[in-house]
Write a protein that binds this ligand. Structure first.
Ligand code: GLN
Length: 555
């Protein structure tokens, strides 16, 4: 019998519900069960691909080419699994399917309604996942906050699922915020009480309350939450502020969360195997050295835009014993005042992440030029790769080299729209997405990092290196050391005369895991730490390759 754990949020968003959901998954996983996770986003967009990361956070790309919510990335990192795109359910998808079926005549004669048709579609989607994948437990995080009009059908579906599957198979966890009033230092439970009242009004009684607060909950507020929210005191847990999010499952399990869930869901009584996870957390918490990295881009104010990049850098840091200090540099500033680029001299490494559009791009090119000419370790990701090609092309004398994304009328578009993108007008799900196989040349830095001739990495782009310029660009030292589609597409570049001037068309960060860093990030941090270049053939063996099954981007 499949078990379901629903995680809802109270009081306000942005309190770390995704991390708590993933932590619950981990707590069950270390007890020997096969766990998977689902994120429900009650908005009307079909997927996260068309949303502004500045407002909504990073678009996380799955192995099978889904453009999903950033929480999916959190699940992948905590559970060390690949989450398929159908695990990010949105209202857009649910209504799209129901309306398609209505048009086909599947409901002929009936009035199509939210209950039962929309709620049935939600439950069907949730039940298909363990059927297809054989999971023992599905963790379902319902996005937004209880009280939002949009999330009502999902809460109703959760209520029905518990009725149909039985109380020993479905558990409701409510994550709320317990603020502290500065003046008196009191932990206030009223917002939690209101949020649970609202939840119960719609028919969902939480089994567990996880309170987010600065410090562990004191006895009195715990007692109050239990009484007013109709749960036992032993069902109230705290998620307090911590140094690394990866401590979260350990802190919750220490309070007895795993045992409580195991009892309620009648899970096998397997003792938790925390050994490897504790070691990973330790590596993340106690680095011996420090390394200073500049991330140059736009949107730099919101760390959520690049959460996978941040985590990949931290993973690489943890495995090399280094704390990675990140500083966000807005490249717009370099365009108006180019002398500002000298700020990069104080960093051990410069990273230019993915991005879109022309704003700030010339500034990014200046940052790349500065790192290359001053031999500061550089890692370029996707747009960062494309702009590194533009920068190098200009450096070797292809004047006015550009990407056609920067300047559609450029005389030398060394980066151009991929041919299959010509005439594509629809924006949603139409980029080159998901995992594609990359062939790596032996005797290169790329090979020394991957130690593999064929790897799979995830993509999200419309432009690529223009084949017309490859010969000229590679005539002065730059190498394209990874290629895909029978050498048609350039995937990795490196400049061997530099300590580490390396960039990838793909987003290696999406496959980085806390205990298994992504090879390009590992190489970058190692170089930034001052190792004298990455020696060919002596790099770490980092297995990071899971072949994906279905790359279709169709609905
Ligand atoms: N804007 C570039 C493209 O579409 C790069 C995309 C990215 O960085 N994800 O190809």
């Amino acid at each position: 019998m499949t078990k379901y754990v629903f995680v809802t949020g109270g009081v306000m968003s942005g309190i770390g519900k995704g991390v708590i959901a993933a932590s619950i998954g981990k707590i069950i996983q270390v007890r020997g069960l096969k766990v998977t996770a689902v994120k429900i986003d009650p908005y009307l967009n079909y997927d996260a691909g068309t949303m502004n990361p500045y407002i909504h956070g990073e678009v996380f790309v799955t192995e099978d080419g889904g453009e999903t919510d950033m929480d999916v990335g959190t699940y992948e990192r905590f559970l060390d699994i690949n989450v398929p795109k159908n695990h990010n359910i949105t209202t857009g998808q649910v209504y799209f399917s129901v309306i398609e079926r209505e048009r086909k005549g599947d409901f002929l004669g009936k009035c199509v309604q939210i209950i039962p048709h929309i709620t049935d579609e939600i439950k069907d989607r949730l039940r298909r996942i363990p059927q297809d994948e054989g999971a023992d437990l599905v963790l379902v995080e319902i996005g937004g906050t209880v009280g939002d009009i949009e999330s009502l059908p999902y809460l109703e579906a959760a209520r029905q699922l518990r009725l149909e599957e039985g109380g020993e198979n479905v558990l409701n966890v409510h994550v709320t915020l317990v603020p502290v009033l500065d003046v008196v230092g009191e932990q206030k439970t009223k917002p939690t009480q209101h949020s649970v009242q609202e939840l119960r009004r719609i028919g969902v009684q939480p089994d567990i309350i996880v309170a987010r607060s600065k410090a562990p909950l004191r006895q009195e507020p715990r007692r109050k939450i239990a009484l007013f929210c109709n749960v036992e005191e032993s069902a109230v847990f705290t998620s307090q502020d911590m140094d690394s999010i990866y401590e979260s499952p350990l802190l919750l399990d220490q309070q007895g969360l795993g045992e409580f869930i195991a009892q309620r869901l009648r899970l096998p009584e397997n003792p938790p195997q925390w050994g490897p996870w504790k070691k990973t957390v330790d590596d993340h918490l106690h680095p011996a050295k420090q390394v200073n990295i500049a991330i140059c881009g736009k949107y730099t104010e919101l760390a959520d835009c690049y959460v996978s990049v941040n985590e990949a850098l931290k993973d690489a840091g943890a495995s090399t014993g280094a704390k990675v200090n990140l500083e966000w540099i807005e490249t717009d500033d370099f365009e108006t005042r180019p002398e500002k680029v000298h700020v990069l001299s104080k960093f051990d490494g410069v990273l230019v992440p993915g991005g879109f559009g022309s704003r700030g791009a010339e500034g990014k090119i200046l940052a790349i030029e500065y790192s290359r000419s001053h031999d500061i370790p550089f890692l370029g990701i996707c747009y960062g790769f494309q702009l590194a090609v533009v920068e190098y092309a200009r450096h070797i004398g292809i004047s006015n080299a550009a990407s056609s994304e920067l300047n559609p009328r450029s005389e030398h578009s060394v980066i151009d729209l991929m041919p299959e993108q010509n005439g594509v007008l629809e924006k949603g799900g139409t980029m080159r997405l998901g995992a594609h196989e990359i062939a790596i040349d032996q005797g290169t830095i790329a090979y020394s990092l991957y130690r593999n001739k064929n790897v799979w990495e995830r993509h999200r782009h419309r432009y690529e290196v223009n084949p017309k310029y490859i010969q000229e660009i590679t005539s002065k030292g730059l190498k394209f050391s990874g290629k895909s589609d029978l050498n048609r597409r350039m995937e990795i570049l490196e400049v061997p005369s530099n300590r580490f001037h390396f960039a990838t068309q793909f987003h290696a960060e999406f496959k980085s895991r806390p205990a298994r860093p992504s090879p390009p990030y590992f190489g970058f941090i190692q170089a930034a730490l001052g190792s004298k270049g990455i020696r060919v053939q002596t790099g770490p063996v980092i297995a990071n390759q899971t072949v994906q099954v279905n790359r279709s981007v169709k609905r």
